[in-house]
Write a protein that binds this ligand. Structure first.
Ligand SMILES: NC(=O)CCC(=O)C(=O)O
Length: 266
C-alpha cells in the first residue's frame, strides 16, 4: 500500500480559495498512491477561530466538491483532512471527510475531543459523538483528529470496531511536537496498528505548527517522518503487518475487561 501525507503550509497570506485549488492540485499529483491524506482544518487554519464561522461549509460545499473531483481524477482514496462544517440545524463541527477513488464521500467524522479547555475550538464547535471506521481493500481505517490522539480510549474503541490503520489529520503546534510524535507511536504500539498522522506546516492563528507528519507501523517503528515545512511524505507498507503483529505478539488477547477501583472499606 502506498500512502501520501500532504503536510500543507497553512499561511494566512494565501486565500482559502487559492489554498483549496493548490491542495486539489497536490492531491491530483499523487496519482499512483492508494491513499492520500490532508491535515486538519487546512483551509481556514486550525487556530484561526475568527475565520471559522464565516468560512464554514456544508458537506456538499466547495471544499467537498473540490476534494471529490481531486480523488476521482487521481484515482485514490482521499482522506481530505477536516473542514469547519456548517450543520444547518446545529453548531459548527470539525469534520473530516473520506472519499473513495470514484469521488464518493464514503465517511465523515466529527471530531469528538475539542481542543482549548473551554476556549477556542472547545467553545465554538460542537462535539462529535460517533466512532467512524471505513472498510477499504487495504483494511479498516479508523478516523480520529488531532487532540483525539491524547485519548487512548477512543483508539481502543476504534480497534474494537476493526481498525488496522488509524488516519489522524492534525494542526498540532510546534511547542508540543514531542507529544505529537510520542502519542502517534504510542497509539500504534498499543493498538498494534498503523498510524498515519498528517500535520500542517506554517503559522495560523498566531500558532506555529509542528509539521513532522509521520507514518508509524504496528511495532512503533517510524517508517517515514516529514520535516517542519510543506512536504508530501510518501511511503509504502504492507497493511497485513497489523494482523501479523497481533498474531506474533498477541498482547491484545491479554486484555482484562471491567477493571474497577476497589470498593470503599467501611
Ligand atoms: N488542533 C488540536 O486539536 C490541537 C491539539 C493540541 O495542540 C494538543 O493536543 O497539544
Amino acid at each position: 500500500m502506498r500512502v501520501s501525507l500532504i503536510q500543507l503550509d497553512v499561511d494566512p497570506a494565501e486565500s482559502p480559495d487559492a489554498r483549496r485549488s493548490r491542495a486539489a492540485a497536490l492531491v491530483r499529483r499523487q496519482h499512483g498512491s492508494d491513499l492520500v491524506v490532508l491535515p486538519e482544518l487546512w483551509l481556514l487554519g486550525g487556530f484561526a477561530y475568527d475565520a471559522w464561522s464565516d468560512g464554514a461549509e456544508p458537506l456538499d460545499g466547495p471544499t467537498a466538491e473540490a476534494m471529490s473531483e481531486a480523488a476521482k481524477d487521481a484515482g485514490v482514496w482521499l482522506h481530505a483532512g477536516s473542514i469547519v462544517e456548517r450543520d444547518p440545524d446545529g453548531p459548527i463541527y470539525n469534520t473530516s471527510m473520506l472519499y473513495s477513488p470514484t469521488g464518493e464521500l464514503t465517511r465523515s467524522y466529527r471530531k469528538i475531543h475539542r481542543f482549548g479547555f473551554d476556549q477556542g475550538e472547545a467553545a465554538v464547535m460542537g462535539a462529535g459523538t460517533e466512532l467512524v471506521t471505513a472498510g477499504t481493500e487495504f483494511g479498516t481505517l479508523g478516523l480520529a483528529t488531532c487532540y483525539d490522539l491524547r485519548f487512548p480510549e477512543l483508539f481502543r474503541a476504534l480497534l474494537d470496531a476493526g481498525t488496522e490503520i488509524f488516519v489522524v489529520p492534525a494542526a498540532w503546534p510546534a511547542r508540543r511536537r514531542e507529544h505529537w510524535t510520542l502519542f502517534a507511536r504510542a497509539r500504534a504500539v498499543e493498538e498494534q496498528a498503523f498510524v498515519l498522522a498528517c500535520n500542517t506546516a506554517g503559522t495560523h492563528g498566531g500558532v506555529e505548527q509542528g509539521g513532522r507528519s509521520l507514518v508509524v507501523d504496528p511495532w512503533g517503528a517510524v517508517l517515514a517522518e516529514a520535516g517542519a515545512g510543506e512536504e508530501v511524505l510518501t511511503v509504502e507498507f504492507d497493511p497485513a503487518e497489523a494482523a501479523r503483529a497481533r498474531q506474533e505478539f498477541p498482547v491484545l488477547r491479554d486484555r482484562v475487561m471491567g477493571i474497577r477501583a476497589p470498593a470503599e472499606r467501611g
